[in-house]
Design a protein around this ligand. Structure first.
Ligand code: F6P
Length: 371
């Protein structure tokens, strides 16, 4: 059970950490206006927790006053007005030693002290799995905190969905629609790599909605020969083009995810699997093949109305939760309700695509191959 804290609140802060997701500004606006309505002062922490760890780097000491005027007209904007970072995790903060080697240190106590120094009574911490792990530690160290889940990947457990996912899926679907006509005109194979880390949600939802022929996701390691079979089957039916959606975390049977970079203090960066799949398809089938990596385009732009509404609901619910005395919990969507779950439960495991889910069964009934 998460603790209930009843001391009055006068001043709160909001932070946005990890990769950005469309809807962050809507959370900031809803939380700020809900707090102002209760007579609380609101501050935004700059760039994840950097604003508190390195205040000298910011003109205002790393905290941005969030007035009614400052949060006006931002609901529809992508990104976050506070800035964010998925580097320099405060729990594993990389310090370069005199000999050039890098040591990771835990700076969470400094963050708790910084909140006390600024007389901030509570924090709304918006972030993905990395930020939730940090939030859990800060809550255990006595910081009154409510977390708001965020990721385009939709891989966070204990919430039906996160904002940002719908926007990413919508953009990927539109991209697949556009690629169909050029693929068909040239009789080519188009390989489309999408983000999603170790889960295949974006690839699955966009692939089914955007009429892909093959969807490769981490939950089902692929066999490239099955992909070729699908291309040949389509050729025999007179369809000389094939659309293959590849999640960035997809792997071959027995293989590992394709990692482009692993830097201290941050999660490994995935990428490159689309290139590999496209090269193999061309080498084995001889078909002209092109690769499109949608990458960060999926994270940019204006949130869909669904993502705006979810984000606004989460921001307002976080403030209501603080007012009720909730702490150490994460706001979660459990349609039709927004509820609170202990952060501990949410960080327990990653939400993966169940291969027996009705969306996967729908895809199979439509003739889509998972390789
Ligand atoms: O978690 C969101 C996400 O966009 C993943 O889908 C992707 O693997 C990662 O972040 C990319 O991170 P970066 O912005 O550091 O390249």
């Amino acid at each position: 059970m998460a603790p209930i804290i009843n001391t009055p609140i006068k001043k709160i802060a909001i932070s946005t950490g990890g990769g950005d997701a469309p809807g962050l500004n809507a959370v900031i606006r809803a939380a700020a206006l809900s707090a102002i309505k209760r007579g609380w002062e609101v501050y935004g922490v700059r760039d994840g927790f950097h604003g508190l760890l390195l205040p000298e780097e910011y003109p205002s000491g790393g905290l941005m006053p969030l007035t009614r005027e400052r949060v006006s007209g931002i609901t529809h904007l992508g990104g976050t007005i506070l800035g964010t970072s998925n580097r320099n995790n405060p729990l594993k903060y990389p310090i370069t030693l005199a000999d050039g080697s890098v040591e990771e240190v835990d700076r969470s106590d400094e963050i708790v002290r910084a909140f006390r120094l600024h007389h901030i009574d509570a924090l709304i911490s918006v972030g993905g799995d990395g930020s939730l792990a940090i939030s859990s530690v800060l809550a255990k160290k006595g910081l009154r905190l409510i977390a708001v889940p965020k990721t385009i990947d939709n891989d966070l457990d204990k919430t039906d969905v996160t904002f940002g996912f719908d926007t990413a899926v919508g953009f990927a679907t539109e991209s697949l629609d556009r690629l169909h006509s050029t693929a068909a005109s040239h009789g080519r194979v188009m390989v489309v790599e999408v983000m999603g880390r170790y889960a295949g949600w974006i690839a699955l939802h966009a692939g089914v909605s955007g009429s892909a022929d093959v969807i490769l996701i981490p939950e089902h390691p692929y066999d490239i020969h099955k992909v070729i079979e699908k291309i040949k089957e389509r050729e025999q039916r007179g369809n000389h083009f094939t659309i293959v959606v590849v999640a960035e975390g997809a792997t071959t049977i027995g293989g590992g995810a394709s990692v482009v970079e692993h830097e201290a203090g941050r999660a490994e960066r995935l990428g490159g699997v689309g290139e590999k799949v496209a090269a193999e398809i061309h080498a084995i089938s001889g078909k002209e093949t092109r690769l499109v990596v949608l990458g960060h385009l999926l994270r940019g732009g204006s949130p869909t109305s669904f993502d705006r509404l979810t984000a606004l609901r989460f921001g307002a619910a976080a403030v209501r939760g603080l007012e009720e005395g909730q702490a150490g919990v994460m706001v979660a969507l459990d349609p039709p309700h927004v509820k609170y779950v202990p952060i501990e439960e949410a960080i327990g495991k990653m939400k993966m695509v169940p291969m027996d889910s009705d969306i996967v069964l729908t895809a199979l009934d439509l003739g889509i191959s998972f390789g």
